[in-house]
Design a protein around this ligand. Structure first.
Ligand code: NI
Length: 214
């Protein structure tokens, strides 16, 4: 194969495996058999191994020397650390860049999307609105370092957020949060964001105990 083809296969396998982990098709803690995966995908051993190594650097896969690859396991601590970091970054940005967020067109578009979730009850629409809203707070900072640090932990956030099924409630919390922002009530908006993230944390931890691991 030419180099460009090899790169394409590698990227495809990487994206596919990442998606399977993030939507929990491959379960938390599951052992990943490289040979089995490559047979299943109908490709050779190497791109699968490369993709897993890349996912390991991003924290979605764990490498245990002489044993093999595993999907990262999530425990209560993993969830608490993720949410604490989110509160630190998102609340800081909402407080310090409140005016920019309040006047952004993106906020109005997200509000519309949230209303679509209410009427359609589509989880993937919710996921999209959720990602856009939380990232809007971060992007409003215009601080490249904050933005790249948040991007770096996004996969981890994504893994955790698919552990909970409270999306209808979360959607309502997002709506109320946006309404506070649009009213210009910064203090209330900050409280609502903190409360929303704490609620997500509690619900996710509860669900972790009924999750069937791989
Ligand atoms: Ni949210």
């Amino acid at each position: 194969m030419k180099k460009i083809e090899v790169d394409l296969v590698r990227t495809k396998v990487y994206n596919l495996l990442k998606e399977m982990i993030l939507n929990h098709e491959l379960k938390l803690g599951e052992k990943l058999n490289v040979r089995e995966l490559s047979e299943k995908l109908g490709i050779s051993f190497t791109p699968v191994r490369d993709a897993l190594l890349q996912l390991a650097t991003e924290g979605l896969v764990k490498v245990v020397p002489r044993v093999g690859f595993f999907v990262t396991d999530v425990d209560e601590r993993f969830i608490r650390e993720t949410i604490e970091t989110r509160i630190m970054m998102e609340v800081f940005c909402l407080e310090n860049y409140f005016e920019r967020i309040a006047s952004s067109e993106e906020l109005l578009k997200i509000k519309e999307e949230i209303e679509n979730v209410e009427s359609s009850l589509k989880r993937d629409l919710f996921d999209d609105a959720d990602e856009r809203l939380h990232k809007l707070f971060i992007k409003a900072s215009g601080n490249e370092l904050i933005i790249s640090l948040y991007e770096k932990i996004w996969d981890r956030i994504d893994l955790v957020r698919h552990l909970n099924e409270r999306y209808i409630v979360s959607n309502r919390e997002h709506k109320e949060l946006i309404e506070s922002i649009l009213r210009g009530d910064k203090e209330d908006a900050v409280e609502k964001l903190k409360k929303h993230l704490k609620n997500v944390e509690e619900e996710t931890i509860r669900n972790l105990y009924t999750y069937e691991k791989g």
